[in-house]
Design a protein around this ligand. Sequence first.
Ligand code: SAM
Length: 220
Amino acid sequence: MKESEKLHTLRRREMVETLKKYGIADQRVLDVFQRVQRHLFFDVDATDLAYNDGAYPIGFGQTISQPYTVAFMTALLVERSPFGKVLEIGTGSGYQAAILEALGYCVYTIERIFELYERAEKLFSRLCLNIICRGGDGTLGWVDEAPFDGIMVTAGAPAEPELLMHQLAEHGSMVIPVGNADSQQMMVITRDGDTFRREVFQQFTFVPLVGREGWNDTVF
Ligand code: SAM
């Protein structure tokens, strides 16, 4: 193994220890965080920063989320919908989608910024990841592929997006941060027939979900 790879492996181990310290306990989640190489989702000149527990800019005013945030949302999903078909809204760097793929989900992901979608699609192909992606407004969901056992929204929504909720399979769960532009509450919305059960967790700060059932793009 090359020296740089050894260093990345070591730094990943430290990142996983930090996640444990912050309360991430699901072994399936910790294992994929050890396996998936986060530095591959960074520009080559920034790979040194890949295993810090922080968000990082990926261009176009967007970010790759903090590892703790990704782990927290992934654990919420895995505990409720451990397998099947998952839709991610907000591909960004592609890291969250790669984490879901490593967990064995059949992953669909949508990104509204075309350049980020193109970059992620090329990366998935280069890394031979079995992830299906497209560009567009993810708040509309992916009608042709619905229903989904899980939906993960990785941008801050102003309200619960109805169209996405109705693309959940029976007992499927959506993990989504909902709130104002500065702070959002992490929620899990689980479908039970025509009704939806809600669980509420701690506050996070995300870039905005922009689209028909998100924020208006003239605001940002
Ligand atoms: N999951 C990403 C990752 O692992 O790098 C991080 C996502 S970043 C915090 C949020 C992303 O959501 C941005 O790339 C943004 O362009 C995208 N986004 C915002 N609104 C969207 C929408 N309506 N549909 C699809 N993507 C959207």
